[in-house]
Design a protein around this ligand. Structure first.
Ligand code: CP
Ligand code: NVA
Length: 325
């Protein structure tokens, strides 16, 4: 059966079959190649797209905007404070109104429940641009980058090092299990993913032949890894936990010595960005590098800007496949 995602929402990878994720990655690669050689299409011609952002964003917002414009759609940014969502108007009412104007809706915010509720009532495809629980469009970009480097996902060992219970760790674990990967969550035990997610991962792994491991040992966790992945130690909305997290996660900083511990010479480094890798930003001038050193971030193993570029091609694939003509 050919894959057909028309009319579908994109809320979390748990809702997708492995062949559907593979289809999105193949389409992303095709759209990327087309853009590279200047083959233009207008696959979203005349569509109106709402971009709701309760949290800040560089990549996700700009990837949606550029992808819309490439394909002939009109993106409308609705930032925090622009609309009444959940404050003066229920999510259900806002969804039903926006669904009358827009052909598709992206949501970035706090609660996964909000994006699920938008999807339930909007009557048009809704895409998750990050919630506290999941960041599924990011995973497509990550997996496309892995495939560009290793030619496959199945059998690839990805060690996610850092805050093992955040949206990125959770999404990589589920995505990895769907695609037959070996995912290692390397984190202090207090930051391991919750039992509910672990049981979902276990169930998917039994169907796909994937595997995962949770470990607080860096040596054990990164051994044999094709990919070392990290993310910020304090996610958006968790700023009050800053000091506690920094103390807890300092031993998990990705540095050259950790990269060597993989025992491979082709290991790549990935990060969804933004990253604390030097002291050149307002927030990092006090702390300096946190989750990754400047040496690794700027080093030969780093693929973080290919990964950031791939946000655009993969988000385009999500919109085109769920909404395209
Ligand atoms: N990786 C990512 O989602 O980046 P933004 O927060 O800039 O969108
Ligand atoms: N875990 C991070 C991801 C940012 C892309 C956050 O939620 O802030």
């Amino acid at each position: 059966m050919p894959v057909n995602l028309r009319g579908r929402h994109f809320l979390k990878l748990l809702d997708f079959k492995p062949e559907e994720i593979a289809f999105l990655l193949t389409l992303s690669k095709k759209l990327k190649e087309d853009k590279m050689v200047g083959t233009r299409h207008r696959l979203l011609d005349g569509k109106n797209i709402a971009l709701i952002f309760e949290k800040a964003s560089t990549r996700t917002r700009c990837a949606f905007v550029a992808a819309c414009i490439d394909e002939g759609a009109h993106p409308e940014y609705l930032g925090k404070g622009d609309i009444q969502l959940g404050k003066k108007e229920t999510v259900k009412d806002t969804a039903r109104v926006l669904g009358r104007y827009f052909d598709g809706i992206e949501f970035r915010g706090f609660s996964q429940k909000t994006v699920e509720e938008l999807a339930e009532f909007a009557g048009v495809p809704v895409w998750n641009g990050l919630t506290d629980l999941y960041h599924p469009t990011q995973i497509l970009a990550d997996f496309l980058t892995v495939m560009e480097n290793f030619g496959k996902l199945e059998g690839i060992t990805l060690a996610y090092v850092g805050d093992g219970r955040n949206n990125m760790a959770r999404s990589l674990l589920i995505g990895g299990m769907k695609m037959g990967m070996n995912i290692k969550i390397v984190a202090p035990e207090s930051l391991f993913p919750d039992d509910e997610l672990i049981s979902k991962a276990t169930e998917i792994a039994s169907e796909t032949g994937a595997s995962f491991e949770l470990t607080s040992s860096v040596d054990k966790g990164v051994n044999g890894a094709h990919v070392i992945y990290t993310d910020v130690w304090v996610s958006m909305g968790e700023e009050s936990q800053w000091n506690e997290r920094l103390n807890l996660l300092m031993p998990y900083q990705v540095n050259e010595s950790m990269m060597k511990k993989t025992g491979r010479d082709d290991t790549i480094f990935l990060h969804c960005l933004p990253a604390f890798h030097n002291n050149d930003t307002e927030l990092s001038k006090e702390t300096g590098a946190l989750e990754v050193t400047e040496e690794v971030f700027e080093g030969k193993a780093s693929r973080v800007f290919d990964q950031a570029e791939n946000r655009m091609h993969t988000i385009k694939a999500v919109m085109v496949s769920t909404l395209g003509a």
